[in-house]
Design a protein around this ligand. Structure first.
Ligand code: 3PG
Length: 212
């Protein structure tokens, strides 16, 4: 799997925080049904690995990755659960190195030129820019590109992105995708409101299509 092409094709990646792995399959079906097949299940809850495994087993059209991978053990657990890519909020060379060893394409997070430089040295083709809005948003990414464009690096910003400001990010060619939790609101997940989640996913997918 080419991680850059996969994330680019999806354009918007729902960032999922799930407490009950039994909700993973209906949630993934709603997101895929709405037109967002690439999902990031964060390792912020104990249900993460189980949720990934269930999605892999029961929602074949979903492309499921693991987010918030902070430790080497989490990388291994994500791979074992069936995640096909990994995401982290920051850049930790040890974490990226284990991901490379186990064959999990990894998108580490950066917020500065120094971190971006180190991530490129570690051999990753793209980075998460986090926390996107708080760290300077589109303007910051464009400034980083002033120095790093020639490297070919691609960005996936997340943090503070929503259905309105996502358009400004996706207008930048080097921003291949944006991640965010707005497509899976906590209350909708709590009340099993799959219809609302599918509608939010469809609205997001329409924004991606408009990117052209
Ligand atoms: C992430 O880890 O990608 C962010 O926490 C998502 O941020 P958001 O909740 O502002 O979309």
């Amino acid at each position: 799997m080419d991680i850059v092409e996969t994330l680019k094709a999806a354009g918007i990646i729902p960032v999922i925080v799930i407490d009950d792995e039994a909700k993973a399959v209906p949630l993934a079906k709603a997101l895929v049904g709405g037109g967002l097949p690439v999902l990031e299940v964060t390792f912020r809850t104990r249900a993460a690995a189980g949720a990934i495994a269930r999605i892999r087993a029961e929602v074949p059209d979903a492309v499921v990755g693991a987010g918030t991978l902070l430790t080497k053990d989490q990388v291994k657990a994500a791979k074992d659960a069936g995640a096909v890519f990994g995401v982290a909020p920051g850049f930790d060379p040890a974490v990226v190195s284990v991901a490379q060893e186990v064959g999990l394409p990894m998108v580490p997070g950066v917020a500065t030129a120094s971190e971006l430089s180190q991530a490129l040295t570690a051999g990753v083709p793209m980075v998460k820019f986090f926390p996107a809005e708080a760290a300077g948003g589109v303007k910051m990414i464009k400034n980083l590109l002033g120095a790093f464009k020639f490297t070919g690096v691609k960005f996936m910003p997340t943090g503070g992105i929503n259905a309105v400001n996502v358009k400004d990010y996706l207008a930048v060619p080097e921003i291949v995708a944006c991640g965010g939790t707005w497509i899976v609101p906590k209350d909708a997940l709590a009340s099993n409101d799959w219809g609302r989640i599918e509608t939010l996913a469809a609205e997001a997918a329409a924004i991606v299509r408009a990117r052209g």
